[in-house]
Design a protein around this ligand. Structure first.
Ligand code: PEP
Ligand code: MG
Length: 567
């Protein structure tokens, strides 16, 4: 059995089609510039035609967003800059067209790959794709065209270029496996968009298979079986059918509200780390974003805290991307295990109990004010909630809110638009905040319970320590009681209460949280539809009773037993 990364979930069983693109042998030759320029001209014309054809095929099964890649390729193939550079080299150095094209491309690729910006780094793949096609056309060799597949196959390749994935026709391409690549590689993203099972980074696959072999591609577990037995085919055919039935049932819930069978409505939203995660939330039926962890913006920055403009653009992009749906952005949560390249934190015995999150921001007010300004400016572009992490006392909240109000006032004075319905809340992730929730709720707009930290601080068990990880017990009655305090505290003052720790997407915990009255569940995008299915099958009134029972049990194990019996 071969292993790789399951990049697009599903199971496929079919014959192998091994994609073996021609290997070009490009060597420098003294040449007649006139002849080479003609060759180049013909190759450019054919390359443009080829890409147009691929785009045409791809437009039948790809969304406009993915098709944009072919427009980028066309632009590149029509780009006078690329062409001029190749032509100049042919004329000046008397070299052959393919050598010149390869040399210019190599330089461009190196330049793109060295860039800080992810967008530009990705462009390197496009240059490779277009110039490879150009060189094949100069050499007069055909690139295998996946759009001509006419029987069900699993495509096996070293890697797939955007043109390859764009040419895949779902009717015949049942899945693919590549030797290289990761979850965020081009081919992986395309596979998810096409919704065909794919495993990337399957080392050894090219050696292990030949065209015509039969493969089981288990892109749920990242496993590949070459030439399976009849028994294995039977087992995986059943798994495949089960997976597809479940997937269809979940898809039907994408645009449905999250309502229990007795009519109690909650919100299921997504946790994100950057703009790149927005589409995933929408595709999975997320009703908003419940936690945008902004620290990644700070951690990605190389030499200084990100400036106001950079932050404004990042927040605005997410708000616009979510198309008016609620987006809760958390202010900087740095410290603990999260460090910055350009800032040295003072040594502490217990960094998780030290200068972290809001504590850091209240000590470094300039940095905090910059973020608040960027957030406030972005608030004009959607429905924004701002929350402060690690609030332990009311005074911390008051101080943070005061800074927020001051920055808001300044922006208004400057005539810069800010949203007028921004909600300002806190994360409840320190037991002190849960215990005092009924008081905090008088002043905040909402709570979001951060159970990852709430459990660590309640159990006094470092979340990074493996030996004490048994104390991560979301279902322990002690944790359930703290969660209840937060929810009841919020409701007593007409405020809403969400949860953005891992517990919110935990299938065991969801029924209890529903029963405890949680209003908003924020989780990784891929958990949303499963949680929605669960909520729609549960009765709120019954879950209230189950939750009450759970609160009065002694141990986590007893709560688990109760859930097994009742759900
Ligand atoms: C939490 O503590 O539950 C939380 C969501 O925040 P983080 O995991 O980023 O600390
Ligand atoms: Mg936390």
């Amino acid at each position: 059995m071969l292993k790789g990364i399951a990049a697009s979930q599903g199971i496929a069983i079919a014959k192998v089609y091994k994609l073996e693109p021609p290997v070009l042998n490009i060597v420098k030759r003294d040449s007649n510039p006139q002849e080479e320029l003609e060759k180049l001209d013909q190759a450019f014309t054919k390359t443009i035609k080829d890409i147009e054809k691929i785009k045409d095929v791809a437009s039948k099964h790809l969304a406009a967003e993915e098709l944009a890649i072919f427009d980028a390729h066309l632009m590149m193939a029509n780009d006078p800059e690329l062409r001029n550079q190749i032509e100049a080299m042919i004329k000046n150095d008397n070299v052959n067209a393919d050598y010149a094209a390869d040399a210019v491309a190599t330089q461009m690729i190196a330049m793109f790959e060295s860039m800080d910006n992810e967008y530009f780094r990705e462009r390197a793949a496009d240059v490779k794709d277009v110039t490879y096609r150009l060189n094949c056309n100069i050499a007069g060799v055909e690139i295998p065209n996946l759009s001509t597949l006419d029987e069900p196959v699993i495509v096996v390749a070293r890697d797939l270029t955007p043109s390859d994935t764009g040419s895949l026709n779902k009717e015949f391409a049942k899945g693919f496996a590549t030797e290289i690549g990761g979850r965020t590689s081009h081919s992986a993203i395309m596979a998810r968009s096409l919704e065909i099972p794919a495993i990337v980074g399957a080392k050894g696959i090219l050696e292990a298979v030949k065209t015509g072999d039969v493969l089981v591609l288990d892109a749920i577990n990242g496993e590949i079986i070459v030439n399976p037995t009849e028994e294995e085919i039977k087992v995986y055919t059943e798994k495949k059918e089960q997976f597809e039935t479940e997937k269809e049932a979940l898809k039907a819930l994408k645009d449905q509200p999250s309502i229990s069978k007795d009519g109690h409505k909650v919100e299921l939203v997504g946790n994100i780390g950057s703009y790149n995660d927005v589409q995933g939330v929408l595709d999975n039926g997320g009703e908003g974003v419940g936690l945008f962890r902004t620290e990644f913006l700070y951690m990605q920055s190389e030499d200084d805290f990100p400036d106001e403009e950079t932050q404004f653009n990042a927040y605005k992009a997410v708000l616009e991307g979510m198309k008016g749906k609620k987006v809760v952005i958390r202010t900087l949560d740095i410290g603990g295990d999260k460090k910055l390249k350009y800032y040295t934190f003072d040594e502490e015995m217990n960094p998780f109990l030290g200068v972290r999150a809001i504590r850091f921001c209240l000590m470094k007010k300039d940095i905090f004010r910059t973020q608040l300004r960027a957030l406030l400016r972005a608030s004009a572009y959607g429905q924004l909630g701002i929350m402060f992490p690690m609030i332990a006392t009311l005074n911390e909240f008051r101080e943070a809110k005061q800074l927020y109000n001051e920055e808001r006032e300044k922006l208004i004075q400057e005539g810069i638009p800010v949203g007028d319905n921004v909600e300002v809340g806190i994360m409840v992730e320190i037991p002190a905040a849960a215990v005092l929730a009924d008081r905090l709720a008088r002043e905040v707009d909402f709570f979001s319970i951060g159970t990852n930290d709430l459990i660590q601080y309640s159990m006094a068990a470092d979340r990074m320590s493996e030996p004490v990880s048994y104390l991560y017990q979301p279902l322990n009655p002690s944790i359930l009681r703290l969660v209840k305090m937060a929810i009841d505290g919020a409701h007593a003052h007409g405020k809403w209460c969400g949860m953005c720790g891992e517990m919110a997407g935990d299938e065991m915990a969801v029924p209890l949280l529903l029963g405890l009255g949680l209003d908003e569940f924020s989780m990784s995008a891929t958990s949303i539809l499963k949680a929605r299915k669960l909520v729609t099958e549960l009765s709120y009134e019954e879950m209230k009773e189950v939750a009450n029972e759970a609160l009065n049990l002694d141990t986590m194990e007893e709560v688990e037993e109760l859930l097994k019996k009742k759900i």
